[in-house]
Design a protein around this ligand. Structure first.
Ligand SMILES: Cc1cc2nc3c(=O)[nH]c(=O)nc-3n(C[C@H](O)[C@H](O)[C@H](O)COP(=O)(O)OP(=O)(O)OC[C@H]3O[C@@H](n4cnc5c(N)ncnc54)[C@H](O)[C@@H]3O)c2cc1C
Length: 405
């Protein structure tokens, strides 16, 4: 699977930060993490910081999958409203999922502080009603969140205009959000894993996975074998290929970034990420150096050549949408790209074993608009499972909620 096309900003900005060796001998470890994106990085770091021996294998270069293409808005707000999740799974589980996402932002902040410069910044999040008829459901969602202890403010049309300078019939403003450079964060986490005695290998592909009585054996591209007690499949949107049945739909999202814009042009956008109630939604944030990073216009295309051909046109379409909101903001897409992402029908991720492959093979499928917050939750959840402990979200985020058993 070709996970991205065009010029993803993080890869362009940071380049290849470090090359890790290739694994070309038989080897073994307590835990193997397959996949060197932000999910694999958070899981490997969580495990190695708790004394587990971890070997990471990545078939490309580290961070070169979807993590390089991510716009990396860190939100507690799941693509599915809390009130909708409550109808489906009950209020307690819906609140638990949202609460865990909110906590994950604080946990990512603490990790970022310990790593050095990964461009982590606290932000506000403004979720605006795209159409008049979205106002009522969004207000109901806000009331439901407040009832469950989440602080958020309703902004009327006039307040959106005076505070943020664009026209929308209303919006929810929350204080719990952040942004990060996910590519840099993945590299720094893997360097920390390596410094703590873990092993990280890139350009090392897992070709076959065989569950065994006491563990798992992996056949690698060079003909070598890697054995472990527990395997974590953190292969991003390619993880589904290892499941007997599909649990999510692959789509493409498009993004662009501008050159740095003057602070007076950005105004409150500098510290506020923006998204909307329409589906697919327009989403945007700024970077520390004052660039505007915009994504959206998702479609069902997952054939890379066709997606590639659409990148420039999609970026221009997104730029036009931004200019419709702020006609005075001169928008020029400097780098634009597309990336595959996968959506589950309830907006929740999957973490844990799949019955067909046994308890020692754990999936880390942080699928959804706030995939990185999910990855943070997944790191702790999977450590709990590996250590034979319980986790409050193990059941809700398991394959049990899907027909796949
Ligand atoms: C355009 C776009 C915008 C997004 N915006 C946001 C956002 O604003 N906020 C947010 O939270 N999330 C966002 N996401 C989602 C987020 O990027 C993902 O949740 C996250 O990057 C997934 O990380 P990962 O490590 O699971 O996957 P990846 O980064 O893809 O890493 C998985 C790795 O596994 C490797 N791999 C696969 N198969 C094998 C194998 N057989 N052997 C060895 N290695 C293998 C791959 O090479 C890959 O590097 C966005 C995604 C896209 C595409």
């Amino acid at each position: 699977m070709d996970l991205k096309s065009g010029y993803p900003f993080w890869a362009v900005k940071n380049g290849l930060l470090k090359t890790f060796p290739q694994l070309n001998r038989d080897h073994q470890s307590e835990v193997v993490v397959m996949g060197g994106g932000i999910t694999g990085a958070l899981i490997a770091d969580e495990l190695s910081s708790q004394g587990h021996h971890v070997v990471v294998v990545e078939r490309r270069d580290i961070g070169w999958g979807s993590s390089a293409a991510s716009t990396a808005l860190l939100q507690y707000e799941i693509d599915t409203h809390m009130s909708e999740l409550a109808k489906r799974y009950g209020e307690a589980d819906a609140v638990k999922a949202y609460r865990a996402c909110a906590d994950a932002i604080g946990e990512l902040e603490a990790l970022a502080a310990g790593l050095g410069d990964v461009d982590f910044e606290r932000q506000q999040s403004l979720y605006y009603a795209s159409r008049e008829e979205d106002v009522l459901p969004i207000k109901e969602e806000l009331a439901f969140r407040r009832q469950n202890g989440f602080l958020a403010t309703w902004l009327e049309r006039e307040e959106v205009l005076s505070e943020y300078g664009f026209v929308a019939p209303g919006a929810i403003l929350t204080q719990v959000a952040a942004s990060v450079d996910p590519y840099r964060m993945a590299y720094q986490l893997f360097e920390r894993v390596a410094a703590a005695g873990g092993e990280v290998y890139d350009r090392t592909q897992v070709e076959r996975i065989k569950p065994e009585q006491q563990g798992v054996s992996l056949h690698l591209s060079g003909g070598t074998t890697l054995r472990c007690q527990h395997l974590v499949i953190a292969a991003g949107y390619e993880s589904q290929t290892w499941l007997p049945d599909s649990v999510a739909v692959n789509r493409s999202s498009y993004a662009f970034i501008t050159d740095p814009l003057p602070p007076e042009a950005l105004g409150k956008l500098r510290r506020t990420m923006i998204w909307e109630s329409a589906r697919p939604y327009l989403y945007m944030r700024t970077t520390r150096d004052g660039r505007l990073l915009v994504g959206g216009d998702d479609d069902d295309e997952d054939i890379p050549e066709r997606r590639d051909a659409r990148v420039l046109e999609k970026a221009q379409g997104l730029a036009n949408k931004v200019e419709t909101l702020w006609p005075d903001l001169a928008i020029n897409p400097t780098f634009s790209w597309a990336g595959t992402f996968a959506e589950t029908d309830d907006g929740l991720p999957y973490f844990g074993p799949c019955q067909a492959l046994g308890p020692r093979i754990l999936f880390a499928m942080a699928y959804g608009g706030n995939g990185i917050s999910y990855s943070m939750i997944g790191a702790k959840l999977l450590r709990a499972l590996i250590e034979g402990k319980t986790h409050p979200l193990a059941e809700l985020f398991s394959f049990k909620r899907h027909t796949l058993q």
